[in-house]
Design a binder for this molecule. Structure first.
Ligand code: AHR
Length: 332
């Protein structure tokens, strides 16, 4: 599912709802400003951030973790880091633990898109803002998170296909190595790629087989080894890998099988990690579509704006029964 198309709207609406909820909580009680419960002061000490990371399946993921940790250190944020080892259930446990620790803000990189609604409701009840970093979630109520910070994965898929279209002639038989099943980036990168292939001028390019490689280099190699033994594996001339790590693993498998990756097989992948550039320089990878993992600065800018600089204005509702008591203390 592509959430990117309305992400801009989601960011705006969610922030608006979040801030207005703060205002409403003081408005709906009504009465005099002086008798209202004092507002929770804006955060003055160290901000505490819970960060639920997917794991360490790729060079991209490692770079994202470094970016978030380095930014936390630079800004003096108390970062509670949790590595879910690719398991959604571990992420859910970590999120519940962040609630009980009373963190100020939660950053979630969701391994898959679905299944988050119950825990996001618990977080929302606890009044903790959630920032999605990198991958999206599929929820019926977009106000369950405040913002998404990350890339347009559908567009990445389109770019990969456009490159292949512009840099090949004749029949192109593509093997597709997909990312983690159910991950927004895997779904969307496939969608964008297929969208471009559906254009009449690209009817010469066909996906002949598509398999999961979980975004891991080792898995990419194993899957390619198995594919090379199939009928389609004897007669393909292009690889589309949803990330560089899987492409690099597949390149290794092709070399071991006596193929010349980059020449016999055109290879396009996504991420733009350093090892992909090395493979391009060596002539073994043809193209990488950039997906930046350097999300730390944007995540912390937003978190600080939400947590540290959030000031609620106390307001009331008055009627004829309270007007006489309040009129004397009115300053405006
Ligand atoms: O969610 C981003 C993807 O996850 C990256 O493309 C991939 O390398 C990572 O593991």
């Amino acid at each position: 599912m592509n959430h990117y198309a309305n992400r801009g709207v989601v960011v705006f609406v969610s922030l608006a709802l979040f801030f207005s909820a703060g205002l409403l909580s003081s408005c709906d009680k009504g009465g005099d400003q002086s008798s209202a419960k004092p507002a929770k002061p804006a955060k003055v000490g160290k901000m505490v951030m819970g960060f639920s990371q997917i794991g360490s399946e790729s060079d991209w993921r490692a770079a994202e973790t470094v970016s978030i940790k380095a930014e936390a250190e630079k800004r003096g944020v108390d970062l509670r880091f949790s590595d879910a080892q690719q398991k959604q259930e571990n992420q859910i446990k970590a999120l519940r633990s962040f609630i009980s620790q009373g963190v100020d803000v939660i950053v979630l990189c969701p391994v898959v898109e679905t299944g988050w609604e119950p825990v996001l409701r618990e977080i929302s009840k606890a009044g903790i803002p959630v920032i999605l970093a990198d991958r999206g979630v599929d929820v019926s109520d977009p106000s369950l998170y405040l913002a998404f910070i990350g890339s347009d994965f559908v567009e990445e898929g389109r770019r990969a296909a456009k490159w292949l279209s512009a840099n090949t002639t004749g029949d192109v038989k593509v093997f597709e190595l997909r990312g983690t099943p159910g991950a927004s980036c895997a779904t969307d990168r496939k969608k964008g790629f297929e969208e471009v292939l559906a254009a009449p001028e690209n009817s010469r390019i066909k996906i002949v087989q598509s398999q999961d490689g979980n975004f891991e280099r080792g898995r990419g190699k194993e899957v390619m080894e198995a594919f090379l033994k199939t009928k389609e594996g004897k007669d393909f001339n292009a690889l589309y890998a949803h990330n560089d790590d899987m492409a690099l693993g597949a390149i290794q498998a092709m070399k071991e099988a006596g193929l010349k990756p980059g020449t016999d097989v055109k290879i396009v992948s996504v991420d733009g990690v350093k090892a992909a550039f090395e493979a391009m320089v060596a002539g073994e990878l043809n193209c990488t579509v950039e997906c930046s993992p350097l999300l730390g600065p944007a995540v912390f800018d937003l978190a600080e704006a939400l947590v540290t600089k959030r000031v609620k204005v106390k307001e009331g509702v008055y009627d004829q029964t309270t007007a006489k008591d309040v009129i004397g203390s009115r300053k405006y």
